[in-house]
Design a protein around this ligand. Structure first.
Ligand code: GLU
Length: 391
C-alpha cells in the first residue's frame, strides 16, 4: 500500500518484503469474520473495510484473489436451521442460500469501489484433475488480466463428503498454487500459530516465522475448528504444506480487526510461513518428477532455440506427436532426433493438437473453431532440462 494512503503512524514493525513485493495475493476469509455468531447476519462493516484494503492493493498494482467462506454460516441463519453440526444435505441447502447473499455483498461492495467481483465455485476435482485444473486456472488468470477480483468458494451445494475439501484453508492454498500466487493470507479468528493449542498450556507464545512444517510444529496445532469454520490450526498447517510445496509464502493473521490487510502491511502480530523455493522452481520440480507422461511432442530446431531462450512452445514449431493425451496431460518435449528437451502440460488434446501443429497460432481459431490459447505448452507449464540450443 502506498505510504501516502496510510493512516496509522509507523510505530510497529515495517511490512515484510514478502508482502510489499508480492504481485499476486490470495486472501482466505474465514466464516467467523463474515457472519455474526449470534444473529448470523453479514458483518458488512468489516467486509467494507476488507474491500477498502483490496481496492488499495489493486491501486498499488497487485492482483487479488479472494477465497471466501461464509455461505453455510449465512445460509443456515436465513433457513433458521438449528445450532450444532448440520447434516451434509442441510449444509448444502444452507450453502445454496448463503452463497447468493455472499456473492451479492461482494458484488455491491466491489462496485462501490469501482472494482468488478467475479464468482468462482470450485470442487476438489477442479483443483486436482489436470484438465479441469487448467480450465479453472485459465478462467482465474483471464479475470485477473481483465482487472476483476475473483471471489472463490467451494461449490458446497454439489460437493459430497468424498469429493469435498470441507475447509477453505486447503482450498485457498490450492488456488494460490494454481495461479502461482506470491503470497497466501489466511484471515480468521486467530492471529497466528502458538506454541500450544488454545487451553492446553499455561503460557503459549505466538511464532513470528515458520520456515518448515516439522512434526514439532504440527504438535502445536490443535485440531478442532469452531462451529462456524470448518478449519482449525490443523487445516491451516495443511494449507502451509501446500503453499510451501508451491514455493508460496503464507501468513496467518487475525481478521478480527477492521482493515486486516492494511494491518499486515503495517506489521501486525501474525505468523509468517516463509517458503524457501520460488513458485516457478517448485512448479517445475513437480512437473519434472511426478507426472505420468502421456505422449511425446517433437519440435523443430527453431522451436528448440526458442524454448532454450525461455519462450513457450507454439504449434508452429511442432513437427510430430506421439501417444494419446488429453488437454492438461503431461507430455515429453523432444527434438526431432529424439533427445528429451523437457516436460510440460499440453494445452490441447491430441485430436486438436494434431490439426494445429505446424500452423500459426493465429490460424488456430479457423482450424478448430475455438482458440483457447496461442501456446501448445505455456512456458510456465514447462520444465526444461539444462540444455543449450543446438546450432
Ligand atoms: N465453504 C464453506 C462455506 O462457504 C466454508 C468452509 C470453511 O469454513 O472453511 O460456508
Amino acid at each position: 500500500m502506498s505510504a501516502s494512503k496510510r493512516t496509522a503512524p509507523d510505530v510497529r514493525n515495517a511490512a515484510r518484503p514478502e508482502w510489499t513485493t508480492a504481485r499476486r495475493i490470495v486472501v482466505k476469509i474465514g466464516s467467523s469474520l463474515l457472519s455474526d455468531k449470534d444473529t448470523g447476519a453479514l458483518k458488512s462493516d468489516w467486509l467494507k473495510s476488507l474491500l477498502d484494503d483490496v481496492a488499495q492493493l489493486v491501486a498499488d498494482g497487485k492482483q487479488i484473489v479472494l477465497v471466501s467462506s461464509g455461505a453455510i454460516a449465512l445460509g443456515r441463519h436465513k433457513l433458521q436451521l438449528p445450532k450444532g453440526p448440520l447434516e451434509l444435505e442441510q449444509s448444502q441447502a444452507a450453502a445454496a442460500v448463503g452463497q447468493i447473499s455472499l456473492a451479492h455483498a461482494y458484488q455491491e461492495l466491489a462496485r462501490e469501489r469501482k472494482l468488478t467481483a467475479a464468482q468462482i465455485l470450485l470442487t476438489l476435482g477442479d483443483t486436482e484433475e489436470r484438465r479441469r485444473y487448467l480450465n479453472a486456472r485459465y478462467t482465474i488468470e483471464t479475470l485477473l488480466e481483465l482487472g476483476a477480483i475473483p471471489v472463490v468458494n467451494e461449490n458446497d451445494t454439489v460437493a459430497t463428503t468424498e469429493i469435498r475439501y470441507g475447509d477453505n484453508d486447503r482450498l485457498s492454498a490450492r488456488v494460490a498454487s494454481m495461479v502461482a500466487a506470491d503470497c497466501l493470507v489466511l484471515l480468521s479468528d486467530v492471529d497466528g500459530l502458538y506454541t500450544a493449542p488454545p487451553g492446553v498450556a499455561h503460557s503459549t507464545k505466538r511464532l513470528d516465522v515458520v520456515t518448515a512444517i516439522t512434526s514439532e510444529i504440527e504438535a502445536m496445532a490443535g485440531d478442532a475448528g469452531t462451529e462456524l469454520s470448518k478449519g482449525g490450526m490443523k487445516t491451516k498447517l495443511e494449507a502451509g504444506k501446500i503453499a510451501f510445496s508451491a514455493g508460496i509464502h503464507m501468513v496467518i493473521a487475525s481478521g478480527k480487526v477492521l482493515n486486516p490487510l492494511r494491518e499486515i502491511y503495517e506489521g501486525c502480530a501474525c505468523t509468517w510461513f516463509l517458503a524457501t523455493s520460488d513458485p516457478l522452481t517448485a512448479k517445475k520440480r513437480w512437473l519434472a518428477g511426478q507426472l505420468e507422461q502421456k505422449g511425446n511432442v517433437f519440435v523443430d530446431a527453431g522451436a528448440e532455440k526458442a524454448l532454450a531462450a525461455g519462450k513457450s512452445l507454439l504449434p508452429a514449431g511442432v513437427v510430430r506427436l506421439e501417444g494419446s493425451f488429453d488437454r492438461g496431460d503431461a507430455v515429453v518435449i523432444r527434438a526431432t532426433d529424439g533427445r528429451e528437451l523437457g516436460r510440460g502440460l499440453i494445452a490441447y488434446a491430441k485430436v486438436d493438437a494434431a490439426r494445429i501443429i505446424g500452423r500459426k497460432s493465429s490460424e488456430i481459431i479457423e482450424i478448430l473453431g475455438v482458440s483457447r490459447c496461442d501456446e501448445l505448452i505455456h512456458r510456465d507449464d514447462m520444465a526444461l532440462h539444462k540444455v543449450t540450443a543446438q546450432n
